[in-house]
Design a protein around this ligand. Sequence first.
Ligand code: FE2
Length: 241
Amino acid sequence: MDEYNRRHFIRTSIPGFLGLGLALPSITALATRANACYGRVPEHGAINWDAFLTAVEKEAAKQHLDQWDQVDYVKKAAALALRLNLQDPALAEAFEQTKNGLGNERTDFYKLEKQQSFEISLVQFEKGEKISHHDHPGMTGVLLCATGKVDVWNYDLLEQQAEDSPLLLSQTAKNTLQKGMVSTLTSKERNIHKLRAHSLTQLVDIFAPPYNKERIRKSTWYQVDTEPYQGKKNIYQATKH
Ligand SMILES: [Fe+2]
C-alpha cells in the first residue's frame, strides 16, 4: 500500500475507494475529498475534474472490447459531463488561458487531457465564429457547453450509390446549445457537424478514441451546398476539401 500515491487513488473507481475504505478510513477521507467538491458531494452530484476523468476513463476504456456500444457510451459520457464542476480549481488555469484568445478572430483550442482512450479539449468561439462541416473518423464526441450559446448542425454521410454519384449529407439535427447542454456524435451517427457561435462560447469536447496521426489524416472537411439536393428535405450535396 505504501506505493499508492494520490493520483492512483483518484483514478481508482468510487466502489474501489469504498472497499479500501473499510480497512483504511483515512484513505476514504482522501478519496471523498478527491472525488467531491471541497470535501462534500453536493446534492446535485457535481463531480470534480479528477473524478470526472476517472469516470470517463472507465467508460472510454470499453472501446477496446470486441463490442463497443457507442450510443451507450456517449449517453454516459454526456451524463458525466453534465455533472462536471466547472468551478474546479484544476480547470481554472485553462479557463484563464482562454482570455489570451479573445480578439484573435479565430476559434481557440486548449488541450485539457489526453489519454490512450480519450482526449478532452476546451474550445472557445467568439460571437459569429464558426467551424465548418467536418467529420471525426471512427470517433465519438461529447460537447458540453460551459459558457455561451452555439448552433450545432449534425449530418450523416449517405452511402454513395456509385463512385461517380454525388456526395450527399443528411442533416439529422440542428440544436442551439447553451450553458449546461450537450451535443453528441458517434462514428456512425451525427459524425459530421458544423458550429457557429451566437456569443462568446466555451465548449468542453470529449473525444474517444482521441485524435492520432491516422485519424487526423482521415479527417475530412466538406463544402456543403446551401440549398437541398434536388429539393430533397435535409439532403445536401457536399464536396471534400
Ligand atoms: Fe468537431
